[in-house]
Write a protein that binds this ligand. Structure first.
Ligand code: ZN
Ligand code: ZN
Length: 408
């Protein structure tokens, strides 16, 4: 492991990711295998003035044992003390870093109903915490390190050892850690994303027209759409933080009932361990009325049958093909990376922050503002060098947004 690069990766997380301010506590959630990286984060955090750094370690395999052997009713147990701990550090203004070491197929043989049951009890247990969180008062970050299983999946042709090294290199590359000054590279990248966001938010877009081989689609936006990208301002200390590393997208919500035409995905979608390939959707009044897939049709069908909202779009995201993730030519089998490869949409739920007033209504009421609600939110890629996107504004102007897969 290259300790110089690891240190730089920690600096980007602390200074750009959560943008830790002197006196703030830092909470890290990480798998036990990420020990080296957690130590690097801790060092940079204290040097940046952290008041306290705590890491809560977990082990994905240990969590899996609960799904396999716990009795069903115990899966509903979420202890109050754990919720109080989380609410406590959120109240104290802590930054929160979640380190992932994805193991893409770990839960493939676990009953999805059990996973849903634990997810539900967790969601109910941490609802007060989520509330503090959704008001924008917590600077948080999700960032990843390799796991042997993940490395094998991305680099099946290499030995486990060589695969881990190659995956580290790839993670550093797409996170600009190989740049001379990664923190500065990130600051200027985020500034550029912010410029796109401002441009799109002032354009008063009525609809976007997508044109590419197999795609001819019109996507209306809600009257009060909001594009977001890069990061957010923490509402309690005004620090600008970037919650996902890497991030290349600017995104908003489509008008739920305003999507018409056909749309062809340009990259496979990995869902529940199954690869869905070469798939196409036909939309009418926002709803997917027919679809096809060369591979993984049944998985795609099950996904679309999750609930009513699963057949509608909840996110429209713009990413140029110059993105380092697209340029790497790799599928990461992890959304944190793959959604930053190229332009994409999401099936299912819209982010409440992408429509003005969305945070003040319940997720179900978001529909009145034009946003979709569903239990799922699954990204799929539609970008390529052949994609052109043209906007029509409310005053009837047409503006080319994307030409040949890039910002026009
Ligand atoms: Zn996205
Ligand atoms: Zn998404």
């Amino acid at each position: 492991m290259d300790t110089t690069l690891l240190k730089k990766y920690a600096e980007v997380a602390i200074r750009v990711g959560v943008n830790l301010q002197p006196g703030q506590p830092l909470i890290i959630n990480a798998p036990v295998t990420a020990l080296e990286y957690v130590r690097a984060l801790t060092e940079v955090a204290y040097l940046s003035g952290a008041s306290l750094v705590r890491c809560e370690y977990h082990d994905d395999l240990q969590n899996k044992l609960r799904y396999l052997y716990s009795s069903d009713e115990h899966l509903d147990y979420f202890p109050l003390w754990r919720a109080e701990y989380m609410e406590g550090y959120a109240r104290d203004g802590a930054c929160v870093i979640s380190v992932l070491a994805p193991n893409p197929d770990l839960l493939a043989d676990v009953d999805p109903i059990k996973i849903a049951r634990v997810n539900k009890s967790t969601a109910i247990g941490i609802s007060n915490y989520r509330e503090i969180f959704s008001k924008g008062g917590v600077s948080w970050l999700v960032i990843a390190v390799p796991s042997p299983e993940w490395a094998q999946k991305v680099f099946p042709e290499l030995s486990i050892e060589a695969g881990i090294d190659a995956l580290w290199q790839l993670i550093y590359e797409v996170n600009r850690i190989d740049h001379h000054d990664p923190v500065m590279a990130w600051e200027s990248h985020v500034e550029k994303l912010q410029e796109k966001v401002n441009f799109l938010n002032h354009l008063h877009i009525k609809s976007l027209h997508y044109e590419a081989p197999g795609t001819d689609l019109t996507v209306e936006l809600p009257m009060d759409y909001v594009f977001e990208g890069g990061g957010s301002v923490n509402t309690s200390n005004d620090a600008y933080y970037v919650p996902n590393l890497p991030t290349e997208e600017v995104f908003s919500a489509p008008y739920k009932f305003g999507v018409e035409g056909i749309l062809k995905a340009t990259m496979p979608l990995s869902h529940n361990g199954v690869l869905i390939e070469n798939f196409t959707f036909t939309f009418e009044k926002g709803k997917i009325i027919s679809f096809s897939a060369d591979k993984g049709y049944e998985t795609l069908k099950a996904l679309l049958d999750t609930d009513d909202g699963a057949r509608y779009l909840g996110e429209v995201a713009l990413v140029p093909v110059t993105s380092p993730i697209y340029q790497s030519g790799k599928i990461f089998y992890n959304t944190l990376f793959d959604e930053n490869a190229t332009c994409h949409f999401a099936l299912g739920r819209a982010y409440p922050t992408t429509i003005k007033g969305g945070l003040e209504v319940s997720p179900q009421e978001l529909e009145k503002l034009g946003g979709n609600y569903s239990l799922i939110h699954v990204d799929f890629m539609v970008g390529s060098e052949m994609l052109n996107i043209t906007a029509t504004t409310h005053d009837g102007k047409t503006v080319v947004i994307f030409k040949n897969g890039n910002w026009a």
